[in-house]
Design a protein around this ligand. Structure first.
Ligand code: GLA
Ligand code: ZN
Length: 690
């Protein structure tokens, strides 16, 4: 073993960056690097290839625990020392993982409590990763001890750029330790059992608790049937989601504290997963110095799907840039089929991330694993170690462009005037609800509204329902099932000062404990919306309800709320059934502004039309709105320069007319307002508008 590093030469101090971002000077470029998995000579080759590809940032040690601590009383940092020293010698920086996401076999054997108990009540045995019980004292002690040792050893290492705690936190445990921790969490949350019984509506089905010890985690053995979304007591299940969020956050915080004891200022993150239902990232965000996330969009996703996730991640820390911690350079391995990213798609996805606020573009992974379940996962360098593959060439080409871009986009923020409220509580409450419909999916509905706004050319901030709404002209609240705190008042404030608020079917239904409001639907939103809903009809996917909006016809599905205007005017009406002719979309004037209510799951063209009308009222339609496949996004740098991104997702060139005199940062070419501009198929232009 070598001695800890004490030198300070070469170590940049952490100053002047936005939201606690690591100081990089350019978009950090690189990714997960696990040289401990291959022999020494290969590592020399790695660095030669990294230089060729413009790679400057290595995420190291994510799964190194069994190597760095082969037994409880034995630590060996030889390999990590070598990796960090070599990185420093090569002028590269390291995002150092604490490596606590996969526990070593000896640990699980000696302390079986660290193995999770699943939803069915089965205590797992050692295997896989992301498998630790968040309430296990043994896990907590050993994970924080490891984090502390790493921080003590590497805090002043010249290669250290950021801390990466654990990996993709997620999953729940239902063991006895977690049951006890859940009861403690409930004791903290509720003043006493009366408050808890009231919140959970336990008089229903004779559930009144007389002792906290009687409370069980909601699982297949207790309140659930047909899986995690079918619960007899929504209030209990919601609180278990919240508890799980906090329990895993507790693990993160304990490691962060251990790091901070030795390293007061290197930025700390953990890699999120975008729209990941199990964890309420809004509860986590204040505790991260900067947000980072792993983007693996579903295969059939339109470009607005990863864009929504990027904007959600940017919204976690009030608009501060984030790191794209992982994406595949070519293909995943975990799916039934794993298509390749076509030529140009990686570059476009990367510039899309940057357009939405990424200040780093990192891959999983830099070199392909030799064995186990990810050996076919795409990598910058394949098993043969070649630098003449298509993927390597594309990665290297992007590396050159990011070098060219330098610091031009670092720290830039999105000047959005449209907000979309995203709320994990609403997501959970909607999807664990019995009735009206299991077919309404939160992400799908949110995405429909987000997509409509984005394709109309509006920048959108995806924000928590507690966000300051004063910067926004338009606030979209699709399926905002749960209304908490003073939100209804704040939305009224948006409309009162001239803004527009849009809510939909199944918005405003329940309070923070999933209890119905003892008032007209949509609860606290009813006065603002100027409507009342007494009945709703939920139908299978194949039942289509025609909706007429002036001269146009759209289709609606899944849920049809029957709206009685109470001051609102109809904008669109249902075309069939006994409620034919009643409003499907309404608009209510409130103060200087408006409140729109969409009472059914309108198809995308219908939502596009509604959202465009809302945006048009505030002059928020983009200069290239309505061009299929052409995405635009704006970022404003700390010195006030506007960067206008044009991302062409279409397989054909986009022929445009420049809307403002600008210089394309990627080509260096200047274009005058009114001149023609062509964006290649899958191409990107970054127009700097002075
Ligand atoms: C996740 C993990 C990585 C790797 C990739 C594969 O994002 O963080 O360790 O497993 O998936 O896609
Ligand atoms: Zn547990």
């Amino acid at each position: 073993m070598t001695e800890p590093h004490t030198g300070t030469e070469g170590k940049l101090t952490h100053t002047g960056t936005d939201g606690g971002l690591p100081p990089t000077g350019k978009i950090a470029y690189g990714g997960d690097y696990n040289p401990e998995q291959w022999p020494e000579p290969v590592r020399d080759e790695d660095h030669r290839l990294f230089t060729r590809a413009g790679i400057d940032t290595l995420t190291v040690g994510v799964f190194a625990w069994s190597l760095t601590q082969p037994a409880e009383d034995t630590h060996d940092f030889t390999v990590l020392d070598g990796v960090l020293d070599r990185a420093a010698a090569e002028g590269r920086r390291v995002c150092l993982a604490t490596g606590t996401a996969a526990v070593p076999p000896w640990l699980a054997k000696r302390y079986p409590e660290v193995n999770r108990t699943d939803f069915e009540g089965r205590r797992h045995r050692y295997g896989q990763r992301h498998h630790f019980c968040p309430s296990s004292p043994a896990y907590r002690r050993l994970a924080t001890d490891l984090a502390a040792r790493l921080a003590e050893r590497y805090a002043r290492h010249p290669a250290l750029l950021a801390w990466h705690i654990n990996n993709e936190y997620g999953g729940a445990c239902y063991c006895d330790l977690c049951a006890e921790a859940f009861r403690d969490w409930l004791r903290d949350r509720y003043a006493g059992l009366d408050a808890l019984n009231d919140a959970w509506c336990t008089t229903f089905w004779s559930h009144r608790y007389t002792d906290f010890g009687e409370i069980e985690p909601p699982s297949a053995l207790t309140e659930h049937w047909r899986g995690p979304d079918h619960t007899a007591f929504q209030g209990t299940t919601l609180d278990y989601f919240r508890f799980t969020t906090d329990a895993l956050l507790g693990c993160f915080l304990a490691e962060k504290e251990a790091i901070r004891a030795h390293d007061p200022d290197t930025p700390v993150t953990t890699n999120f997963m975008g729209m990941f239902r199990p964890l309420d990232y809004h509860r986590w965000a204040p505790h991260l110095d900067f947000v980072s996330w792993d983007s693996y969009p579903p295969l059939d996703a339109p470009p607005t799907w990863p864009a929504l996730a990027h904007d959600l991640m940017r919204g976690l820390k009030d608009g501060a840039p984030f790191w794209l911690m992982e994406q595949t350079p070519s293909t995943t391995a975990c799916r039934d089929v794993n298509p390749l990213r076509r030529p140009g798609e990686l570059r476009l996805a990367t510039f899309q991330a940057i357009a939405h606020g990424a200040d780093a573009a990192l891959y999983f992974q830099l070199r392909a694993a030799r064995g186990a379940c990810e050996k076919y996962h795409g990598a910058v360098i394949g098993h043969a170690g070649r630098d003449d593959t298509r993927v390597f060439r594309e990665v290297a080409g992007l590396g050159r462009e990011l070098e060219l871009l330098g610091d031009a986009s670092l720290g830039a923020r999105t000047p959005a005037r449209t907000a979309l409220l995203f709320d994990w509580d609403s997501w959970w409450a909607l999807e664990i609800s019995d009735g009206p419909s299991r077919l309404v999916r939160y992400q799908d509905t949110v995405h429909t509204y987000y997509r409509a706004a984005r394709e109309a050319g509006a920048d959108v901030d995806v924000v928590p329902q507690t966000a300051d709404l004063s910067p926004y002209d338009v606030v979209l609240a699709p399926v905002l099932h749960m209304i908490k705190g003073d939100l209804a008042d704040r939305l009224e404030g948006v409309a009162a000062r001239g803004g527009t608020v849009l809510a939909t079917f199944l918005s405003g239904r329940v309070d923070e404990h999933d209890r119905a409001f003892l008032t007209d639907v949509p609860g606290p939103l009813a006065p603002l919306m100027g409507i009342r809903v007494d009945e709703w009809d939920a139908r299978p996917q194949d039942v289509v309800q025609p909706v007429r909006l002036e001269e146009s016809a759209y289709q609606a599905r899944l849920v049809f709320e029957i709206v009685q205007p109470r001051g609102a005017e109809p904008v669109a009406t249902y075309g069939a059934d006994f409620y034919a002719g009643t409003p499907a979309v309404t608009r209510h004037r409130h103060g200087e502004g408006e409140a729109w209510y969409v009472a059914t799951a309108l198809d995308q063209p219908g939502v596009d039309e509604v959202v465009r009308r809302v945006l048009a009222r505030h002059d928020l339609l983009g200069p290239y709105a309505g061009r299929p496949g052409l995405e635009t996004a704006t970022r404003v740098t700390p010195d006030g320069t506007r960067l206008f991104f044009l991302l062409n997702h279409a397989p054909e060139a986009a022929h445009l007319t420049v809307h403002a005199t600008a210089t394309d940062l990627l080509t260096g070419k200047r274009a005058e307002q009114g001149e023609p501009l062509t964006v290649d198929p899958l191409g990107t232009a970054i127009l700097r508008i002075p």
